[in-house]
Unconditional design. Structure first.
Length: 225
């Protein structure tokens, strides 16, 4: 995304103005849609039409974890599908400006297309994992074992890339526990801070400029081949 810092700031401010405005309107009119959005710490199993019965009170008292039997009506199933869909779509909407910021600020060194897509998709997985686990200790251990078996490894060329990965995980976790409002504010401060630092060239170092020039030359050479 070859745009100037000023253009990035304008795009981010316009996006967040619309996003926050939409949330405020929903709150003011007390829209029924709020119960299907990941705001206010919603639990997917607390949607009307879903009955949760605790079947292991003794285990919960011993600190082992919750074991619940879920009984759903057709209306409840539809509500859960709508809740999950809106939650996952919201994580994508919150991540969009973060991917814009990464692509714009890293344009000179050639941002990876795969990495940008990873940033957008990772919160979907993180949100789903949190919704699956809830407060089940057994599921938490099981998913940890599965992740260890997969051995997902990524070599990040720059420290800032790891920060963007961490931001994506934060958005996913917030969506899973129903606090997407926190993620929205975090993303707003995160992206605007990055854009301002890019505009004022915060932490300027001539050595870094030389390294970026070398990387740009290598990318140009590869493109010419």
């Amino acid at each position: 995304m070859n745009i100037s810092p000023r253009q990035l700031l304008v795009r981010l401010l316009a996006y967040y103005f619309v996003a926050l405005g939409a949330v405020i309107v929903l709150l003011l009119v007390d829209s029924p849609a709020l119960k299907f959005l990941p705001f206010g710490g919603h639990d997917a199993l607390e949607i009307p039409g879903i009955v949760v019965t605790d079947t292991s009170l003794s285990l919960e008292q011993e600190g082992v974890g919750r074991s619940a039997k879920v009984e759903a009506t057709p209306e409840g199933i539809q509500s859960i599908i709508l809740f999950l869909t809106t939650t996952l779509i919201t994580t994508i909407l919150v991540m969009l400006p973060i991917t814009w910021t990464y692509s714009a600020t890293r344009y000179e060194v050639g941002p990876s297309k795969v990495f940008v897509r990873t940033l957008l998709l990772m919160p979907i997985c993180a949100t789903t994992v949190v919704l699956l686990i809830q407060d089940s200790l057994a599921l938490a251990f099981g998913l940890a074992a599965l992740v260890a078996a997969v051995r997902f490894r990524v070599a990040l060329p720059e420290t800032i890339d790891g920060v963007y990965i961490f931001a994506a995980i934060c958005v996913g976790l917030a969506g899973g526990i129903g606090y997407m409002g926190v993620a929205l504010v975090m993303a707003m401060i995160f992206t605007l801070t990055n854009a301002v630092m890019w505009m004022i060239d915060y932490g300027h170092n001539p050595i870094d400029d030389a390294r970026q020039a070398v990387r740009a030359a290598k990318l140009a050479a590869k493109s010419a081949e």
